[in-house]
Design a protein around this ligand. Structure first.
Ligand SMILES: N[C@@H](CCC(=O)N[C@@H](CSC=O)C(=O)NCC(=O)O)C(=O)O
Length: 282
């Protein structure tokens, strides 16, 4: 496994906020990620909470804008924030469109050329980065939770549904719950995955639940009612209906007045952190 290089480390609420890079096998090049270690990590391994960010984001976005560290420090939770795609790929068409390519990896393993060599964020987040962080930081990998926003909410839901037992707690802010049926996915999935919609369904939380996948616990989702992407791209009612049909516990909380921004995330991040800590720190 390639070495982890420290980009920066700063004290934050008695813990350490760091940014790191390493050469990823899954994504075929350098990748950046961020880790917050709470003060309790000096005494031994702490539970791990993964945050997957949305379109246009990097490992810095949630880390800098969400204001999660104060409560993570209090609760003794480590936070891991991967990037949203490989970078500087040099692939034609990988930049210049905020809905596809770099910054828009959709947490899937591309099967189509030219994307399949580098755009393997599913394997990266599920397999490679956990090994990397477990080898470098005092993390209790038996107590992992996952959450995310928008494209990253889609990532959190699909990774947890496809890997039962891996993540003990699961939540999302304004997730894309049915990417195979909305414009963001209809644009990205054929290019990454080809035209076979069966391949798309493996990366679609609503289809996964309808096909029998389950999360062993309640899935928490917060969704702003004033979110400009709500009607065209997010459509949480699709996931709500699939969960109801399947008997999958879901707490979908519609939040009047809130949009898609990090002000919405800042407002509710403490509730999400406490939800995860109740399960991970029990
Ligand atoms: N550039 C776009 C807006 C992009 C955007 O809103 N990205 C969201 C995630 S959307 C789904 O994954 C985000 O989290 N942005 C980062 C931020 O700091 O807000 C446009 O022009 O509409």
């Amino acid at each position: 496994m390639a070495a982890v290089e420290t980009i920066s480390e700063q004290q934050c609420f008695g813990g350490v906020q760091g940014f790191y890079s390493h050469v990823s096998e899954a994504c075929g090049g350098p990748m950046r990620f961020a880790v917050y270690l709470p003060p309790k990590a000096t005494q031994g391994p702490v539970p791990v909470l993964w945050f997957l960010a949305g379109l246009t984001c990097t490992a810095e976005t949630f880390t800098i804008k969400a204001g999660a560290q104060r409560v993570a420090a209090e609760l003794g939770l480590a936070l891991v924030m991967p990037d949203t795609s490989p970078r500087d790929t040099g692939i034609e068409g990988a930049t210049g469109d905020w809905e596809f390519g770099e910054g828009a990896g959709f947490y899937l393993d591309a099967t189509e050329a030219p994307w399949r060599e580098r755009f393997r964020m599913y394997s990266y987040v599920v397999d490679e980065l956990p090994r990397v962080v477990a080898g470098r930081f005092p993390l209790d990998m038996g107590r992992q939770g996952i959450f995310g926003h928008s494209m990253g909410g889609h990532g959190a839901l699909t990774l947890a549904l496809r890997n039962p037992g891996r993540y003990r707690s699961l939540s999302a802010f304004a997730p894309i719950v049915a990417p195979a049926s909305v414009p963001w996915g209809e644009k990205a999935f054929p290019r990454y995955l080809g035209d076979d919609r069966k391949a798309w369904a493996r990366y679609d939380a609503t289809a996964l639940v309808a096909d029998g996948a389950r999360f062993a616990g309640t899935i928490l989702i917060d969704q702003g009612e004033a979110d400009g992407f709500l009607v065209n791209q997010l459509q949480p009612q699709r996931f709500e209906a699939a969960c109801e049909d399947a008997g999958q516990p879901l707490a979908l909380r519609m939040r009047p007045g809130y949009d898609h921004s990090y002000y919405f995330i800042q407002t509710f991040v403490e509730e999400h952190l406490r939800h995860h800590a109740e399960i991970l720190c029990a």
